[in-house]
Design a protein around this ligand. Structure first.
Ligand SMILES: Cc1cc2nc3c(=O)[nH]c(=O)nc-3n(C[C@H](O)[C@H](O)[C@H](O)COP(=O)(O)OP(=O)(O)OC[C@H]3O[C@@H](n4cnc5c(N)ncnc54)[C@H](O)[C@@H]3O)c2cc1C
Length: 332
């Protein structure tokens, strides 16, 4: 496969490839096929090339790099949420180390007075090892954040974790932690019921489409169906006064959410937009210029590879990025 990536034919084609979202939206059929081929064969592409292309999606490997990224966002009127990369930890020691890392990150952001909160994944805190162990780990992080007046969002992972994640969230709220939020995925058929339960708690919810591959029995599969579900869940939450993090790069959903904000006369402190670092920055700037609050999800850490592959697979301009990075790598 490396021979194919390295062939003169690919090199000759590279200067014709789009590398911006605008350009990629006018792709011809062969270009789509090339993108899809590259997405499917990403695991075969050398890690150094993936690293080069994914720089835009990741703040770096160190806490210093994450601090700089958050500071830059704050200077540009955006909030942040930090994500220490790494999921599916299957042993107790690294899960406990993750708790210590989170405390260090929370303390650093507090001492630098940066406007960021924290997004944790339960599978990095031992969910796949033992439910109670995981609960105590996330409780300790949420407690630490509360002691400095900050907030922790529990990301939603694949459907094998949905019940446990919501259970842990409900238990934290029952124990009196108000500084914790959860995520609802609009592709899940169960989400309306979950939202109705969360509304009773006055939950702070991030609403997103959902990123994992789920079977049709439990998840909507059609693009417009997932959008429609997103809009109707947002309507339900706004109608009931919930605080929502509207997490999308889909302009259609941004426009629909503007309409709902108007319909329910939501004030600026009652919702926020959320976007991933490095994705659709023009849309991000438009939302901020329109006067809405916006938070950028900032991943960092040593475990950058799996996250990068996921982001690249979603990127419609992937072929251009990968091949151009490959060419630059060959020149150095
Ligand atoms: C802040 C935040 C937190 C999230 N948390 C979770 C979570 O906890 N659990 C979960 O399952 N999912 C999470 N997601 C991912 C989410 O579920 C979607 O998979 C993702 O946001 C893509 O959906 P979209 O609404 O942006 O629409 P899409 O239709 O996928 O994207 C809209 C447009 O954005 C552009 N775009 C999208 N992705 C990229 C990319 N990587 N590079 C370049 N352009 C791109 C494309 O132009 C695309 O046409 C989160 C997303 C955000 C923004």
């Amino acid at each position: 496969m490396w021979l194919v990536w390295n062939s003169p034919l690919f090199h000759a084609a590279v200067h014709l490839l789009p590398t911006t979202e605008q350009e990629s939206q006018t792709l011809t059929l062969p270009m789509h096929l090339l993108n899809s081929l590259i997405a499917k064969t990403l695991p075969l592409i050398p890690k150094s090339i993936v690293g080069r292309v994914s720089k835009r999606y990741i703040a770096g490997t160190t806490l210093e790099a994450a601090t700089d990224a958050v500071r830059r966002l704050n200077q540009n009127s955006m909030m942040a949420t930090l994500d220490i990369l790494g999921e599916d930890i299957l042993e107790r020691n690294p899960a406990e180390q993750m708790v210590r890392d989170w405390r260090t990150v929370i303390d650093a952001m507090t001492s630098h007075r940066l406007d960021t909160n924290f997004s944790v994944k339960l599978s990095q805190l031992g969910l796949r090892i033992d439910h109670e162990f995981c609960f105590q780990n996330v409780r300790s992080i949420v407690d630490h954040a509360r002691s400095v007046g900050n907030f922790v969002r529990i990301d939603m992972e694949d459907s094998s974790t949905t019940d446990a994640t919501l259970e842990i969230y409900h238990r934290l709220r029952k124990e009196g932690f108000a500084n914790v939020g959860v995520v609802i995925q609009s592709y899940m058929r169960r989400s309306e019921n979950d939202v109705r339960d969360l509304l009773k708690l006055g939950a702070n919810v991030r609403l997103c489409k959902g990123i994992y591959v789920e079977p049709a029995e439990i998840a909507f599969k059609e693009y417009q169906e997932i959008r429609d579900s997103f809009v109707s869940l947002l309507d339900l939450m706004f109608a009931n006064g919930a605080y929502v993090g509207i997490a999308t790069h889909d302009e259609y959903l941004v426009d629909r959410s503007y309409e709902l904000i108007k319909k329910y006369e939501r004030q600026k402190h009652q919702y926020e937009y959320q976007m991933l670092l490095g994705v659709r920055e023009a849309l991000r700037d438009r939302i901020v210029a329109d006067g809405h609050r916006l938070r950028v999800y900032v991943p960092f850490g040593e475990q950058w590879y799996a996250y990068s592959v996921r982001r690249l697979k979603e990127n419609p301009a992937i072929a251009g990025y990968v091949l151009k990075a490959m060419l630059r790598l060959n020149r150095t």
